[in-house]
Design a protein around this ligand. Sequence first.
Ligand SMILES: C[S@@+](CC[C@H](N)C(=O)[O-])C[C@H]1O[C@@H](n2cnc3c(N)ncnc32)[C@H](O)[C@@H]1O
Length: 203
Amino acid sequence: MRLNYSNATEDFPGNIDNRLRTKEEEYSNDHSTPFPLEVADVLKELIDETIHDFEKHYFMTTETQRKLLFQLVKLFRCSRILEIGTFTGAATIAMAAAMSSSSPSLSSEENGENGKLITLEMDPKAAGLAQKHAKKLKYLDDRIDFVVGPAMESLVRITKEQPNKQYDFVFIDANKDGYASYFDFIMDHNLLSDNGVIIADNG
Ligand SMILES: C[S@@+](CC[C@H](N)C(=O)[O-])C[C@H]1O[C@@H](n2cnc3c(N)ncnc32)[C@H](O)[C@@H]1O
């Protein structure tokens, strides 16, 4: 089955009880700020390849969700992002494209480091595809760290390696039974910056 670019058509297999609200999706796509052209091109190729190569291509965020994430990251001027659940990187690329290289909540010294998005995924095939497409634009490739493995293990390791690191924006989009533990870990280890935001996709 061939799906359109936004992967949210009425006959889409995940569209149980029309929960994807395809008309609303179409409307908001048409009325949202478009991605920069070069980013839209990378996303289109990534989405086409995901649909072709992955049975569970419906894991992907929809175009409206990606545009919302893009706008939020821009609006909050996020420079340190954590994503839990990369899949093939559609949201990763949308968020990385919007990142600021300086965060309002960092000192000027700390702002010397460029923005970074850390994304966690346990499926190496999916993460590999994400990385392959991110590499097409150098500024995306420079901003994204792909970490493959069970997300909680990765989170524990990363936090030990960088004990004072905080995030301006956290996007949780992985195994639903892990959400409470991810949230607790983030809060218990003070990983969210003062004005930080957590977005969780309820699937
Ligand atoms: C809904 S998809 C993520 C969609 C992605 N954010 C996007 O924009 O297309 C959920 C992903 O979480 C991954 N996942 C599920 N459980 C995980 C775990 N315990 N650790 C790491 N990744 C996990 C799955 O392999 C899957 O790729």
